[in-house]
Each structure stands twice: as structure tokens, then as C-alpha cells.
Design a protein around this ligand. Sequence first.
Ligand SMILES: [Zn+2]
Length: 301
Amino acid sequence: MPSRRGFLRLTAGAAALALLGCGSGASAASKPMTPALSAAAQTVPATPVPTPRPVPKAGRFEWTMQSGTPWETPLVVTHSGVRGPSVLVLGGVHGNEPGGWLAAEQVADWQPAIGSLLVVPRANILSTRALERTLPHLGDLNRLYGSTTDMPMAKMASEIIGLSTQFHVDFLLDMHESWGFYAERAQNGTAFLGQTISSGQGPAVGIEQVVRDRANQTVGGGRDRLLSRDEVLMLRATQSPNSYQNFNTWRGGTSSLSAGQYVAGLTPILVEMGQMDQPVSRRVELHLTVARALLDSQSML
Ligand SMILES: [Zn+2]
């Protein structure tokens, strides 16, 4: 019997390749043959008729990303069977950020009321086992989007893009942790991004503020209150004088915040929970609060 996971890998990989530069030849070849038009018809531009996307049948499927490699890792897909948004949640992109993957493992069990929920709980599974950010031979998944290198995590990023294309993912939620809390930072840097939520380029402009406000209704006003992209933007401004002006043209670099460049309709969201003096159980709870806020905002729960 053909392997479902093999099929997924092949199709996702093909989609990613097309996006990453195989180019116009492939799309031209895929166009259906059409009968010759009459002379009158040729003078009138055809009005495109939108075709509704088919709704996947309800069900829960477990597949494998990077199947057959030492870094293969589970993917859980739950289709509601009702038309609606598609959300992909990533945990374990960095192995020393357990709040993210422990939360993602719980999200994998959620049942969406509409749309589809896809979860890769431990995107860099070998690093989660080692409790390291990553391992040298794997590369850093959150620095390899758009990369064509042979690094294992570059291939994973490519498969995530292919998966997002195949399932028409609207939101990519990437669950991370930082050491310090952004609001308490003594200095700027990626070690002090705790309790921030950012979104990258995509059609859902301002989604991070919607999610932040919904989540903060539960979080309250303490030190773990979530801060949005604007504060992160100001952080970048203080790091480099030109970065404030450059932010509008910043496209997420090679992090998951760049994923909207590769997948039409996708808006990426990246969350960082602070680890300093905040127990992992609380970080998990906060990640779940953010995931719930996103799904709630889309009427998926
Ligand atoms: Zn991280």
C-alpha cells in the first residue's frame, strides 16, 4: 500500500521546489489545453470564474515530515470538514525552548470547529531531545527559510513551505522562547524578547495585535503580559538607527516570519515566551492561550 507520508512528502517537496525558483516552465506546462476560440471571443478578455477550493473531508491524520531521515518528525492534521481557515502550528524549532513544543503537543489534540489545524510539535526533534537550540550538522530552522542548501533544517523549512502551500495555510504560528522578558530588558537583543508576538508580511495585517489583545484578556496585566510587534519594531530601531525606516521593507529575513513570501495568502506569527523566573508550566499555559486566541479570532474553536 502506498505510504501516505511518502505521498505528502513528495507533493509538498514538489510544491516547495516550484516556489523556490523552478519557475515559469512548470506552471506553463500545467495549464490545461483549451479549444481554439472564435475570432469574436478572442477580442474579449475572458472573465475568470473563481473555483471554490474543495473542503477536505473531516478526519485526523498523522504523517511524518522529512520521512526516512534521522530528523523525521510527526505532523498531525485535523480537518473539521467545514470550510474555514487553515492554521499551521510549529513547536520545537529550537530544542532549548520546551514551552513551545510542550504546548504544540497539546494543540495537536485540539479539534477545530471549522477549517483545518496542522501541527508539527517538534520541528527540530533531534534538538529537542538534546535540549539544545539546534545541533551543528542540522542548521538553525529559523534561519533557513528560502535556503537551497543541503542542511537538514533547510530541507525542513522547504517542506514546511510546501506543506503550507498544499494545505493553503492562512496562519503559521511559530512557538518560541527567549530568556529575558522584553519589558524588563537591561539590554537589547534576541535573549530579551520574552512575551512578544510579531507577525510577518501577509494579508492579515495587524493579526498580532488581535491575538495579543485576546490573549491578554486571560493573561492580565502582570509581567507576562504580551507585547506586540510595535514594541519589537522599537527594539530593532534602538539596535540600528536605520532599522525603523527599514522595517517596512524588512521581509522576515530567513526566519518563519518570511514564510508569507513563499505561500500566497499566508500570514506568519512568531511568539516568544520569557524563560527567566517563569516556570515551564506557565510558559506552556501562555503558549496555549495565544494559540487559542488565534483560533478563536478565526471562529475555529
Ligand atoms: Zn526560538
